[in-house]
Design a protein around this ligand. Structure first.
Ligand code: FAD
Ligand code: NAG
Ligand code: NAG
Ligand code: NAG
Length: 495
């Protein structure tokens, strides 16, 4: 049986969410321990930090426990906003000593229950919110509590950009600690390939700066290791000159799907232009049926003629394409927060006509099958990055475990409203992804050892499928820097 303990943990978390929904607030052992830890933390930290309880009349507690997906939210016993790395060190020491369950939240976009939420102590990094651009090194120091929108806005004021999320609200921290696919990934690689230093609070409470030369083990581990090695408070990242970009969204009805697929395959066959990017979504919802939502991107004010013409000539329901700021493009991509949502992924080797047809069939098939179960939508996003995206960094990374071949992180999202359907939705998205993998394997994609992208993968995915042959080295590094296993008190992908 794979990953039994994770299963149990997650089942407990999901079950806990369901029981709490009725508003019955029964003290559990978790809360007793957590209450004690909250009190100790409040005494230990400096005035730069804050500790908040559910009765908090300010909005701190509410915003600290808030998450993009309802399924990823829990009401913690208290929330802590550390104001300094040193205070965060004290917090970790208390949590470790009292063995209190806790969670670490950056932007709160985790789509797996309990990955950044808890009934114990919620740590919010909201006060690590600085952006400092250093023109000499062309790097920026970015606080771990920020979302990319704020980073983009502040960096664009200096005429530069960093490698971050493609939709509004995504956190710098989870994105950068797991990989990070950006509109600029074809040009500059994954997000974490562009990070040169981390300020890290170790599980012991000590504050350290990790660079490739200062500590090659931790530098390797943080590039895909999330919260297994401590809590990052600041990222130093490369920046690149950036002016106006071109692009936006096009929404197309199902009668033109063949044209969408043809244009997508044509773009993939001919696109060698690293300044361009495409995300091709297929969305099925009971209200709108099947539609395609395309995001087109070019990192200059206009694309070379011909590059996107096929897409632009298809009759559209919505076509919002223009020359605009980078942040305006990111914020123009529609998203729906506050729903029950699970993400999953297929690590495709390539996209061909069979892949796209399979994806189209899957969205409609499950949409119709789940129509009576509070189903809202199923989305598959083809993300045709260039085969060269892993060549922008030569240093080894925790993820992906091999940099010899770039797999494509096809994103799958299922949304619904009824908590009673959580297991059904989990099983449905799993079955759908397995079917897409089976078809891909029949088509010769050879996905048996392809690494799953942990920022998309469903919680029941074994960590072995994310880290592959890196798991052994990661376990050793973990044993060195977290001998008391403090970070196992927080949810997430556990090494
Ligand atoms: C609408 C939407 C759009 C997305 N778009 C993209 C995209 O374009 N490209 C892409 O690659 N991914 C994308 N993702 C996936 C995204 O990268 C992950 O959800 C990511 O983990 C979010 O980071 P966060 O800080 O917001 O999440 P959080 O929920 O705050 O954290 C995620 C994980 O990281 C851990 N963590 C957070 N902060 C720290 C820290 N400072 N130190 C140690 N551990 C920490 C948490 O404990 C948790 O396990 C998207 C997700 C959504 C919901
Ligand atoms: C958290 O508490 C608030 C206020 O009591 C409640 O409205 C909300 O549903 C709770 N959230 C969860 C996930 O239990
Ligand atoms: C459509 O998807 C379903 C579910 O995976 C599968 O059973 C069925 O065979 C598929 N149909 C086609 C035509 O591919
Ligand atoms: C959904 O419910 C309607 C009305 O009860 C029923 O006719 C239909 O067959 C159901 N669909 C599925 C997929 O179960």
């Amino acid at each position: 049986m794979r990953c039994t303990s994770l299963w149990k943990t997650v089942f407990f978390v999901v079950a806990g969410l369901v029981t709490l929904r009725g508003g019955d607030v029964v003290a559990t052992p978790v809360q007793d321990t957590a209450n004690n830890a909250c009190t100790q933390i409040a005494h230990a930290v400096s005035s730069a930090s804050g500790v908040f309880f559910p009765s908090d009349p300010t909005s701190h507690y509410a915003s600290d426990v808030e998450h993009w997906a309802i399924t990823s939210s829990q009401n913690s016993t208290c929330s802590v906003e550390p104001g300094t790395a040193k205070d965060l060190g004290s917090v970790l020491q208390i949590l470790g000593r009292t063995r209190t369950s806790f969670a670490v939240k950056g932007g709160g976009h985790a789509t797996n229950p309990g990955f950044s939420s808890t009934k114990g102590v919620q740590i919010s990094l909201a006060r690590f919110n600085g952006v400092t651009y250093n023109a000499n090194t062309q790097t920026a120091d970015v606080g771990a509590g920020l979302v990319w929108d704020d980073v983009y806005t502040q960096l664009l004021a200096h005429g530069v950009i960093a490698i971050g999320g493609r939709m509004s609200g995504v956190g710098v921290a989870g994105f950068s600690l797991g990989g990070g696919y950006s509109y600029l990934t074809n040009q500059h690689g994954l997000g974490h390939d562009n990070i040169v230093a981390y300020e890290l609070v170790l599980p012991s409470g000590a504050v350290t700066t990790v660079t490739e030369t200062s500590n090659s083990d931790l530098f390797f581990a943080l590039r895909g290791g999330w919260n297994n090695f401590g809590i990052v408070t600041k990222f130093t990242m490369k920046t690149y000159p950036q002016g106006q970009v071109w692009g936006g969204i096009i929404e197309i009805s199902s009668e033109h799907l063949d044209a969408v697929n043809a244009a997508t395959l044509n773009y993939i066959e001919n696109a060698a232009d690293p300044k361009s990017a495409l995300a091709a979504s297929y969305v099925f919802s009971p209200s709108s049926g099947l539609v395609s939502l395309l995001v087109l991107f070019y990192s200059e004010p206009s694309p070379p003629s011909g590059l996107f013409d096929d897409f632009l000539s298809i009759p559209a329901i919505v076509q919002d394409i223009s020359t605009r700021s980078y942040v305006s493009l990111v914020q123009s991509v529609p998203e729906t927060a506050n729903l029950r949502t699970f993400y999953h992924t297929v690590p495709h080797a390539f996209y061909d006509a069979s892949t796209l047809n399979t994806i189209v069939n899957e969205t409609s098939f499950w949409g119709e099958k789940l129509a009576n179960d509070s189903f809202v939508s199923l989305t598959y996003v083809a993300e045709p990055f260039l085969p060269t995206i892993l060549t922008h960094s030569t240093s080894p990374t925790a993820w992906p475990p091999s940099r010899n071949k770039a797999f494509l992180p096809t994103n799958v999202a299922i949304k619904w409203s009824d908590p009673a359907a959580d297991t059904l939705m989990h099983d449905s998205i799993s079955a759908s992804v397995q079917n897409v993998i089976n078809v891909a394997n029949q088509d010769g994609q050879g996905l048996d050892n392809a690494p799953f992208y942990g920022n998309y993968a469903l919680f029941s995915t074994p960590v072995q499928s994310i880290y592959g042959s890196n798991l052994g080295r990661l376990k050793k590094i973990k044993a060195t820097y977290d001998p008391q296993n403090v970070m196992s008190l927080a949810g997430g992908w556990k090494i």
